[in-house]
Design a binder for this molecule. Structure first.
Ligand SMILES: Cc1cc2nc3c(=O)[nH]c(=O)nc-3n(C[C@H](O)[C@H](O)[C@H](O)COP(=O)(O)OP(=O)(O)OC[C@H]3O[C@@H](n4cnc5c(N)ncnc54)[C@H](O)[C@@H]3O)c2cc1C
Length: 488
């Protein structure tokens, strides 16, 4: 069997890349080790309650956004509905609640009303964010970047390649509270503003403002499943329960993949799964230059999540489905503790109420709630059962302040730790977003979509531009463009 391209991994990264490839008429095969597609972007059902396992809000679902473009390319755009999330999220600080709109103009206006003296600076910040975002989604592979002179084509990404979000805001904004409001979304990349890359954050921030923030009507996994249907309609092949065991490389050229004890030949292979294990084990460390491997081994994965999913009796007494409760305006210390594996029960937490938007998630008269902490892969004393239940109880106690008697209303409880994320996706250290979006791993400094092996590529959240569904969909397009330009 011969393919033009084999993609290893049927998460949103691999599916997005395949969508572009099959639309160009290339003979494409996706290998997925699990019995279902979507990777992180999947859903599960427990006793009549539906839960989206990870993804709770998505950017760029409109027709011109990357998700919308992929669906249109596959001629399935009208087969799915997205529900707008407005406000995108409520951020509760100890003394103040801020509603972050999904619409950039409203968001900027809200900030300007709260901080009228800094009106000009606020507009300047979002102007820079927008310019960086435009650059990042067009950034090709490294080979092309050299040819095109990076500093001329991508002046903002060039200027700020080593800048943190905090350093950038310190240079423009005066009020510390305003800085905290602007950087609130850095919790999406699980980093404090002191460590988050300006470029990574600007890209993420603007992807949620580009056309608004959405959830899928129904289950989130309907999105990857619909993309898969579109890929099959265009002649693409998808093999489930097909774990890639080895990528065969001879004379610095990929020849194909071993799967189900069978060799399948291909002109190009795309890694759309955890890149560390893929390159070190599936391909083999010795196939790469020492410098590349050294760099890979020095990279840091993002943090992860501890999540408690609840099906509860009765309604929820508020209207905003996405909320976050910060323990303080400055979270650096909290992150430092999390990284050490030390859990403070009073740490900041997220409260999602998905059935407020998707009533189909709970039977009539019931609701769904997801409570989560940021979490490291290893914690002091491990993730053994008792510890998991203690942490879940902490979260439930916190949620009690906004959902009365929640502990007595629980009908279903399911807990997911970073180990669960590792088990499901195989992602190093259960990382929620691939490599951490720190300056040395963001923008041009992020692992490129090409590799030292000419016909071996990477896409998904371990490559450029980064984590989150909109970003991994962009990575699929970047990888497709790199393949078309160089190998096929
Ligand atoms: C808890 C959590 C919450 C999140 N919340 C959001 C959110 O609200 N909004 C948002 O946009 N993003 C969110 N994200 C991030 C987003 O889900 C990911 O960035 C994105 O889904 C990653 O897609 P991917 O294709 O790169 O990788 P993955 O989803 O990890 O897919 C990799 C795929 O490869 C398969 N695979 C692994 N090894 C092999 C092999 N040897 N052979 C074949 N197949 C293999 C895996 O089974 C998997 O299906 C969240 C992530 C987590 C974990």
């Amino acid at each position: 069997m011969d393919f033009d391209v084999i993609i290893i991994g049927g998460g949103m990264g691999g599916l997005s890349c395949a969508a572009f490839l099959v639309s160009s008429g290339l003979k494409t095969l996706i290998l997925e080790k699990r019995r279902t597609l979507g990777g992180c972007c999947t859903s599960f059902i427990k006793k009549g309650f539906t839960f989206d396992w990870s993804v709770q809000s998505i950017g760029e679902c409109h027709k011109d956004g990357i998700i919308g473009r992929i669906l249109s390319k596959l001629e399935v755009f009208d087969d799915i509905k997205f529900i707008p999330v407005e406000p995108a999220r409520l951020y509760h600080f100890p003394d103040f609640t801020f509603e972050q709109s999904s619409h950039l103009d409203i968001h900027i206006e809200n900030l300007c009303q709260l901080f009228p003296k800094e009106k000009k600076s606020i507009k300047k910040v979002y102007y820079y964010f927008q310019e960086i975002y435009k650059e990042i989604i067009n950034m090709g592979n490294k080979k092309n970047l050299k040819e095109f002179r990076f500093n001329k084509l991508f002046p903002y990404c060039y200027q700020y390649h080593s800048t943190t979000l905090k350093a950038f805001l310190d240079s423009i904004i005066y009020d510390n509270r305003l800085k905290s409001l602007i950087s609130a979304r850095s919790s999406y990349v699980l980093l404090p503003p002191e460590e988050a890359s300006l470029i990574g954050m600007a890209a993420l921030e603007m992807s949620y403002f580009s056309g608004g923030t959405f959830v899928v009507k129904g289950k989130v996994e309907d999105l990857p499943l619909l993309i898969a249907k579109g890929i099959r309609n265009k002649g693409g092949e998808i093999w489930l329960k097909s774990k890639a065991e080895k990528v065969i490389v001879e004379n610095n050229q990929v020849k194909g993949v071993i799967v189900n004890n069978q060799f399948i030949s291909s002109k190009v292979v795309v890694i759309a799964k955890d890149v560390l294990t893929a390159l070190l084990k599936l391909v083999g460390e010795k196939k790469f230059p020492l410098r590349y491997i050294k760099r890979l081994k020095n990279m840091i994965p993002s943090l992860s999540y501890f999540i408690t999913y609840l099906g509860i009796e009765g309604n929820i007494p508020f209207t905003s489905s996405n909320q976050e409760f910060f323990s303080s305006y400055n979270l650096k210390k909290e992150y430092d503790n999390i990284k050490k594996g030390v859990f403070d029960p009073n740490a900041s937490f997220y409260l999602m109420a998905p059935s407020l938007l998707n009533q189909s998630h709970a039977p009539s008269g019931y609701s769904t709630v997801c409570l989560s902490y940021k979490a490291p892969y290893q914690i002091l004393h491990g993730w053994e059962k008792s510890k998991r239940y203690i942490l879940a109880d902490h979260l439930i106690k916190k949620a009690k302040k906004v959902i009365p008697n929640i502990e007595k209303r629980i009908k279903v409880k399911w807990i997911s730790t970073p180990k669960t994320i590792f088990k499901i996706t195989g992602g190093t250290m259960g990382a929620a977003y691939g490599w951490a979006q720190i300056p040395r791993q963001a923008g041009i400094n992020r692992l490129g979509n090409t590799t030292p092996i000419e016909n071996l590529y990477i896409c998904g959240h371990w490559s450029r531009p980064g984590g989150g569904l909109a970003a991994v969909a962009h990575s699929g397009e970047l990888t497709y463009k790199a393949i078309i330009n160089s190998s096929l």
